[in-house]
Each structure stands twice: as C-alpha cells, then as structure tokens.
Design a protein. Structure first.
Length: 130
C-alpha cells in the first residue's frame, strides 16, 4: 500500500474564469494557484481539499447537467444547509433535491450555474474538524 493524500480533483469546464469567480464568490473557496488562461486551483476553507478548474478543448468535457447528481457531485459541509442553499439559488444555482434530514444530518442537492451537482451537508456529527 502507498501512503497517499488527496491533492485535488479536476474539472474541465466551458469557462474557467466564470467558474472560478462563482466558486470564490459563493462558496468561499480561495485561489491558491492560478495559471492564467490555463488552470486555477481552489482550496476549501481548511486549505486541505483542492479543486482544479481548467478549460482544455483537446479533452472531453462531461455534460454535468445531464449527469445524475447521485452519480457525480461535490459535497460541501456548511453550518446551515437550508440557508446556504437559498443563498446559492440567489447566485444562480438550482435545486435538484430539496432540503431533507437523514438522521442527525441535513442536506440539499443543487446544481451550480454550469450544471455541476453540489451537495450541501450539515452534519450532526462532522466527519472532519473545521
């Protein structure tokens, strides 16, 4: 077995600049590395998990809006799932599966303005420290 640490998850998107701006403005992600015209790495609030956003016309691009949200989504831990979902809807996201509770957890599934599925999770017992 190798010892591996999660470094990043990459998304080939239609418009790198718009996507980066939306995630920074609405989910509080921070640009930790930017290669203008090519790619940007966005870190979560803890600076541990990163998302690479890039536009590569030579590579295939997933049809995010056509992909089942349960087959592919990014989950973000938030303090209040319902309130956070309302804010993201005001910023252009759409609800896929409305607010619901599962035990001590609450969650909402949305799509960002570019079709990528996002799950907001409010954990009763967080899986990681914030």
């Amino acid at each position: 077995m190798i010892q591996a640490a999660f470094e990043h998850f990459g998304l080939n998107v239609a418009d790198k600049h718009q996507t980066v701006d939306w995630y920074v403005e609405n989910l509080g992600l921070k640009v930790v590395r930017d290669v203008p015209g090519k790619m940007a790495f966005l870190a979560d609030a803890d600076g541990v998990v990163m998302l690479e956003v890039y536009r590569n016309s030579d590579a295939s691009q997933l049809s995010f809006s056509q992909t089942d949200a349960l087959a592919f989504h990014m989950a973000f831990e938030v303090d209040d799932a319902a309130e956070s979902a309302e804010r993201l809807v005001q910023a252009g996201a759409t609800i896929v599966d409305p607010f619901k509770r599962a035990g001590d957890d609450a969650m909402v599934m949305l799509r960002d303005p570019f079709g990528v599925a996002l799950q907001l999770v409010q954990r009763g017992n967080p899986m990681r420290r914030r």
